[in-house]
Write a protein that binds this ligand. Structure first.
Ligand SMILES: [Zn+2]
Ligand SMILES: [Zn+2]
Length: 218
């Protein structure tokens, strides 16, 4: 019987991520009898992963549920970085927070020494950066979920930026007040998809294809 529930892992890479999570939790004696764990393969989140611990307020012992959101795009693009760094990073947060919770303390430094020790325990060669790998680029995710695609005069992928889709930014772009620091040209909203670097078009297609596959699997 599986201790970790995931209803939308529909690709071998995704299932592998879920089994790695389960294996690591088991190895470090995660209290499955007191916590339900759900993993969600998400193609909308902008971060590489997220977790949420909900404690049962009625109970005197530590129990509740935990949800881990995995960034599906990054997982597919860089599986080995994801397995070696991102999963240990996120699981270390969970162990760290639960250990502190048990002691009745709040975590004051999320990426502090105790967290680092957990990361190293889970994978001694994992990266300890708090922000995630430099390879991860969420521009296509931001664009796919309503961000404004803009370009400046810089070449290729570098000249593509996705700006927040709100009144302030629309005004700023119309007034040519959002300036690229490299070429000094204003960013303008790019309505012609053929002028957007292919990579982002392909990533958006990939994201939407995976979402369809998840939906048809339900
Ligand atoms: Zn973190
Ligand atoms: Zn530029």
């Amino acid at each position: 019987m599986s201790n970790v529930v995931c209803v939308n892992a529909v690709h071998p890479i995704e299932s592998h991520a879920v089994s790695l999570i389960e294996r690591a939790l088991k190895k470090y004696k995660f209290p499955f009898s007191r916590f339900g764990v759900e993993v969600n393969i998400d193609f909308k989140i902008k971060d590489f992963a997220k977790h949420n611990i909900v404690l049962d307020p009625e109970s005197r012992s530590l129990q509740g549920s935990i949800r881990i959101d995995i960034n599906g795009l990054f997982l597919h693009q860089y599986p080995s970085i994801y397995f070696n760094n991102c999963i240990p990073h996120e699981l270390a947060h969970i162990f760290h927070e639960l250990t502190f919770e048990k002691k009745g303390m709040d975590v004051d430094y999320p990426h502090g020494i105790e967290w680092q020790q957990w990361v190293k325990k889970i994978n001694s060669s994992a990266d300890l950066s708090s922000s995630g790998p430099a390879e991860f680029d969420n521009r296509s995710i931001c664009w796919n979920y309503g961000g404004l695609p803009t370009t400046c005069n810089c070449d290729g992928e570098f000249g593509f930026r996705v700006q927040p889709n709100n009144k302030n930014w629309i005004k700023k772009l119309k007034e040519k007040m959002a300036i690229c620091k490299t070429c000094n040209a204003p960013y303008t909203i790019q309505k012609d998809n053929t002028l957007i670097p292919q990579r982002f078009i392909k990533e958006v297609e990939f994201i939407n294809d995976r979402i369809c596959k998840q939906a048809s699997h339900e």
